[in-house]
Write a protein that binds this ligand. Structure first.
Ligand SMILES: C[S@@+](CC[C@H](N)C(=O)[O-])C[C@H]1O[C@@H](n2cnc3c(N)ncnc32)[C@H](O)[C@@H]1O
Length: 495
C-alpha cells in the first residue's frame, strides 16, 4: 500500500479476515478531478478478478453494532431508531465514542471529517445554486428536527451508554451532520442473505448455502431517495430486507460517469469487489455511484463530473434539467385556455393520482418529457373532455400541436428565468479563477441551463414546423416514463 495513512487501516482489515489482493490493487492519490485518494491496478487484470472481500460482520450497520441490543430492540423501535438513517448515525457516533475499544476504530479513523457538499455551505455559496433544486433537496431542517426530536432525547435518557460529558464531542448536531454525510457519500445498500435474521450483535452472519454472487445495490445513496431518509419510510421501504451499511475498503473507490470497471457483489457471509471489465496496470479502479447528474453528485458527494460532451464542450453527460409542474400551470395562466382556473387543481390531483410526478425531468436527449406533454394536454382539455378522460381512466396521447407547444415553450422560458445568470455569464465566470464551491455551483447550474436551452430550441423548431404544416402533430417523448398505471413512477409527492 503506498498510502501511509491507510497502513494501519489495511492491517486492521486483514486482521479481521478482510482479504485484499495486494498484488493486483493498491491505493494512491489521483488528481482531485479523478477523485483524490482511490484504488489503482498494480498489474493488468482480467474481468471477474476478485480485488478484495469483506466479511459481512465487518460492515458497520445497525445489525452489526452492539448498540441496538444494549439499548433494547423494543426501545430502539419505540424511539424510531429503526427508521431512516438515525439509528445508523447513532451507532456510528457511539462506536466513535468507544475509541480504540470499538471494533471499527481503525475504520472510523479513515472516514472524512469535513465535506465539500452544500449541506455545509454558507449562505453566499448556497446563493450560487439559485435556480437549481439542490438547496430544496438538502433536507437540513428535517435532519435537524430528527436530531432534536429523536436522537438527542435518546442520548440524554441513557447516560450509562452516552455519558453527559461526551455529548458535546460525540453526539452534537455537527457530528450528526458529519455522520449523515458519511452515510450519504459512502454507504451501500446490503441485502440480507436468506435466513439471516435479526440484529446479529457482532455475530458472523448466518451461514447459508453459497449461491451465485449477486449485485450489492450500490451505493445506498445512488438508488434511494435519501432526502426522505429522515422521514417516515413507506411501507415498501420498511419491508426492505436491506441494511444500509458502511463497507470498509469498498468505500475507497471513486466513480465517474460510465467509467465503472469494478462492482460489489454479495454472498452469504461476505461481500466481494470484482472487476467488471479488464483493467490495465496503472488504471484507476472505478466503482459506480449511479451515473448521476452533477446536481446530485454535488449534493451527495461534493464533486462534479466534467468530461467531453458528444456535442462539444465539457460537462456531465448524465446531467438533467428539472421543471416543477407548477410552472406549467403558471405558463398556462398566461395563455388563457378553455379550462377554468378553479378546475386546474382537480386536473393536477388526477394527474398525480395516475402516477404523474410533480417535478419533470428533461434528459440529455433534450426531448420534452412525456409527463410534461401529458399534463399540458390534460390542462388544455375542456371540463367535459376532462371528465370523459377521467371516467375512462386513460391519459391522453402525447401528441404535440401548437397550443401545447406554446405552453411547453413558455414553461421552459419561465424555468430558465429562475436562474439569476445566463449561460454566457456562467461560461465567462468559469474562465476565471474560482473558489471550489462557487466553481461547483456554476458547473451545476450551467449544465442544467444548457439542457434547458437545448430543449427549448428543439421545442421551438417543432413549433415552426407545426406552423408550416399544422397537421404535423407528432408523438413525442416516446422514450420517457409514461404517466399511466402501466408504468408508475417509483415515488410521488405533492408539493
Ligand atoms: C466513496 S468515497 C471514495 C474515496 C475517497 N476518494 C476517499 O479518499 O476516501 C467518495 C468521495 O470520493 C470523492 N470522489 C469520488 N469520485 C470522484 C470524482 N470522479 N471526482 C472527484 N471526486 C470524487 C468525493 O469526495 C466523494 O465524496
Amino acid at each position: 500500500m503506498s498510502d501511509p495513512d491507510l497502513n494501519s487501516f489495511i492491517a486492521w482489515f486483514q486482521r479481521n479476515h478482510g482479504y485484499i489482493d495486494t498484488n493486483a490493487m493498491g491505493f494512491k492519490g489521483f488528481v482531485p478531478s479523478e477523485g483524490g485518494r482511490g484504488a489503482v491496478a498494480l498489474k493488468d487484470l482480467p474481468e471477474g478478478h476478485v480485488l478484495f472481500t469483506i466479511p459481512r460482520s465487518l460492515t458497520l450497520s445497525t445489525r452489526n453494532s452492539s448498540l441496538p441490543k444494549r439499548l433494547g430492540m423494543q426501545f430502539w423501535k419505540e424511539k424510531g431508531l429503526d427508521k431512516g438513517w438515525t439509528g445508523l448515525i447513532l451507532c456510528m457516533m457511539w462506536e466513535t465514542a468507544q475509541g480504540v475499544s470499538s471494533k471499527w476504530a481503525e475504520y472510523l479513523e479513515t472516514l472524512p471529517k469535513s465535506f465539500d457538499t452544500p449541506m455545509f455551505w454558507d449562505k453566499n455559496n448556497l446563493g450560487e445554486l439559485a435556480g437549481t433544486y439542490v438547496v430544496d433537496k438538502l433536507g437540513k431542517d428535517d435532519a435537524e428536527r430528527t436530531y432534536n426530536e429523536v436522537l438527542l432525547p435518546v442520548v440524554r435518557s441513557r447516560p450509562d451508554l452516552f455519558p453527559t460529558d461526551l455529548i458535546a464531542d460525540y453526539y452534537s448536531m455537527e457530528q450528526y451532520h458529519i455522520m449523515g454525510s458519511r452515510i450519504l457519500s459512502r454507504s451501500f445498500d446490503v441485502e440480507r442473505w436468506e435466513g439471516d435474521e435479526g440484529n446479529s450483535d457482532n455475530d458472523e452472519a448466518a451461514e447459508t448455502s453459497v449461491g451465485s454472487a449477486m449485485d450489492v445495490d450500490q451505493p445506498a445513496h445512488s438508488l434511494t431517495d435519501d432526502s426522505a431518509r429522515n422521514e417516515e419510510p413507506s411501507d415498501e421501504e420498511e419491508e426492505d430486507d436491506i441494511d444500509v451499511s458502511m463497507v470498509p475498503v469498498a468505500d475507497l473507490l471513486n466513480a465517474r460517469y460510465r467509467t465503472e470497471n469494478a462492482k460489489l457483489f454479495y454472498e452469504s457471509t461476505e461481500l466481494k469487489m470484482l472487476t467488471t471489465k479488464p483493467v490495465s496496470m496503472g488504471e484507476q479502479i472505478w466503482n459506480t455511484y449511479g451515473d448521476l447528474p452533477n446536481a446530485e453528485l454535488l449534493r451527495r458527494y461534493g464533486h462534479v463530473d466534467l468530461m467531453p460532451l458528444p456535442g462539444g464542450g465539457k460537462g456531465n453527460p448524465g446531467d438533467v434539467a428539472e421543471i416543477r409542474a407548477d410552472l406549467i400551470v403558471s405558463a398556462l395562466s398566461e395563455h388563457p385556455g378553455r379550462f377554468p382556473e378553479s378546475k386546474v387543481q382537480e386536473v393536477i390531483d388526477w394527474y398525480l393520482d395516475e402516477g404523474g410526478d410533480d417535478v419533470l425531468v428533461i434528459e440529455s436527449d433534450l426531448e420534452l418529457p412525456s409527463q410534461l406533454l401529458t399534463l399540458i394536454r390534460l390542462l388544455l382539455l375542456s371540463p367535459e373532455e376532462f371528465k370523459k378522460t377521467r371516467d375512462k381512466g386513460k391519459l391522453p396521447k402525447n401528441k404535440v400541436d401548437l397550443p401545447l407547444l406554446d405552453i411547453a415553450i413558455r414553461a421552459l422560458q419561465l424555468r430558465a428565468e429562475e436562474y439569476p445568470t445566463t449561460v454566457e455569464e456562467d461560461e465567462s465566470l468559469l474562465r476565471g479563477d474560482l473558489p471550489l464551491n462557487k466553481y461547483h455551483a456554476i458547473v451545476v447550474r450551467l449544465g442544467e441551463k444548457n439542457i434547458l436551452r437545448g430543449c427549448l430550441q428543439k421545442a421551438e423548431e417543432l413549433r415552426s414546423a407545426c406552423l408550416e404544416e399544422p397537421k404535423l402533430g407528432k408523438e413525442q417523448g416516446k422514450n420517457k416514463r409514461k404517466t399511466n398505471a402501466d408504468n408508475p413512477p417509483s415515488k410521488k409527492s405533492r408539493k
